[in-house]
Design a binder for this molecule. Structure first.
Ligand SMILES: *Cc1c(COP(=O)(O)O)cnc(C)c1O
Length: 473
């Protein structure tokens, strides 16, 4: 009986041979959108019913099609529908889903050994990933890295390392920030519902300051970066106390917070202030890293060199891996045994990362990301010219977003409209994600290997979705 058959259901000939379901995924899958049932189809709905009886409801879902295979820029569900993937599993499969090199590297590794725990008996893959991170992250100073399982775990460890290295406690974070869902990272994450509501108390000594948010800066975009930096510096100096602050942690382009690209000058000014005040500048590049924004790391755009950088998501082609990389003297501050974890830097995840990183470099996926931006941004701007509910078009490379508002000059966020456009995309077989403190941002994160024709086909679907939803209002 195929694994996607609902429990207890008798598998007939039809279940044994579902239509259009490929035997395997990877880049060989036809890079097309093709719908053979409604979305979600009957097999997905059967699995959703099983899910409801088995999985805690707190684990949300965006689009309940159950995946059978995926490859390149498409996801094929258990009903045989082929969907265009503008989500990459949240900026993870930048190298394409089930990329050949990643699959081969993982197979080879798990055939030799699956786990030893790097803290017990080490292996080369972990060291090689750290070497790659030390080489690729901004700055040519001496660096060290440590590996973990998830982005949140990397952020937690960056805080531990920063406190250990500075002997200070306070951590400065920003409005709209997202740093994860563990207790310390929830203190650092901005948005209440659904992330934080009911889960407190949160860790102390985390202070939130304004972000240079060009679209909504009171005096307009032009001086947003410098004015916001001045305000942050004032708050840190006069209210938090610069001498108390271990680290300032910032996403160079915010992810879950709505793909907000800080006003120019904001990041360099803050980095300069931090250097003067003995505060560590920590770039959370978990979503922006590994070529997503058109450079290997997003801080490179304004020449910012962070003291510590956290990475995860795009690092390993879909395998769970995360890292903290930074100045050797800072990274080496914690005592021996103070960092680590049972699975951190799992050998299969390291093998996947080496394959993914090798591919990102050799295929110049940063250039592919820039190309995606060049193809998509004019299309998104043309859309914004036609629909005044699109208040802002922003992003860089293959990290792009539309902020949706009431329209007609009213810039109040429109969450309902955003949900309706996303749902219209989903019904048409386009996976798009939403984001933003007010849930009013549509975000596009295609795999960097996406075929340009498929990208444009996906943008056509987005256009149709806007036409449908705005006509119905
Ligand atoms: C996703 C994300 C995290 C958390 O990563 P997980 O792997 O989900 O724990 C932290 N920071 C940023 C910027 C992210 O996008």
């Amino acid at each position: 009986m195929p694994w996607w058959t609902a429990a207890g259901e008798q598998a007939g000939a039809d279940e044994m041979n579902p239509p259009n379901v490929p035997a395997r995924g990877g880049p060989g899958l036809p890079q097309i959108r093709r719908l053979v049932t409604e979305i979600p189809g009957p097999r997905s709905r059967a699995l959703a019913a099983r899910r409801a009886g088995a999985v805690a409801r707190g684990v949300g879902e965006t689009l309940p099609v159950y995946v059978h295979a995926a490859g390149g820029g498409v996801v094929v569900d258990v009903d045989g529908n082929s969907l265009i993937d503008f989500g990459s599993g949240i900026a993870v499969v930048s190298v394409g889903n089930a990329a050949d090199g990643v699959v081969a590297a993982v197979r080879e590794q798990v055939g030799r050994f699956t786990h030893t725990c790097f803290m017990i008996t080490p292996y080369e893959g972990y060291v090689a990933v750290c070497e790659a991170l030390n080489r690729l992250t901004p700055g040519d100073h001496d660096k060290r890295s440590a590996l973990f399982n998830s982005g949140a775990e990397a952020v937690e460890n960056a805080v531990k390392i920063a406190r250990s290295a500075t002997g200070r406690a306070a951590i400065v974070v920003f409005e709209h920030a997202y740093h994860g869902r563990t207790n310390l990272t929830l203190a650092m994450t901005a948005k209440s519902a659904p992330y934080k509501a009911g889960f407190g108390p949160f860790a102390p000594e985390v202070y939130r300051v304004p972000l240079a948010y060009p679209y909504r800066w009171p005096t307009g975009r032009e001086h947003c970066g410098e004015q916001a930096a001045a305000r942050v510096i004032e708050l840190v100096r006069d209210e938090i106390g610069a001498g108390e602050v271990a680290a300032l942690v910032i996403e160079p382009i915010q992810g879950e917070g709505g793909f907000i690209v800080p006003g120019r000058g904001f990041l360099p000014r803050l980095a300069e202030f931090c250097a003067d005040a003995g505060i560590l500048f920590v770039a959370d590049e978990i979503q922006t890293g590994f070529a997503r924004t058109g450079t290997m790391f997003a801080c490179e755009d304004e020449g910012v060199v962070p003291d510590l950088i956290t990475t995860a998501k795009g690092i390993a082609g879909g395998m769970p891996l995360a890292a903290v990389t930074g100045r050797a003297e800072i990274m080496d501050a914690p005592q021996v045994g103070g960092l680590g974890g049972t699975y951190g830097g799992n050998p299969a995840a390291c093998a996947a990362a080496l394959a993914a990183i090798g591919f990102i470099e050799s295929a110049d996926l940063a250039a592919r990301a820039r190309r995606i931006g060049e193809l998509a941004l004019p299309r998104l701007r043309a859309l914004a010219a036609r629909y005044d509910v699109i208040g802002d078009v922003r992003g860089r490379g293959a990290m792009l977003a539309l902020e949706l508002v009431r329209g007609g000059g009213d810039t109040r966020p429109d969450r309902e409209l955003t949900g309706a456009v996303a749902a219209a995309c989903h019904r048409r077989g386009l996976i798009v994600l939403t984001a933003g403190t007010w849930g009013n941002v549509l975000r596009l994160l295609p795999p960097l290997v996406m075929d340009p024709a498929l990208l444009l086909a996906g943008l056509d679907v987005l256009d149709e979705a806007f036409a449908e939803v705005t006509a119905a209002r």
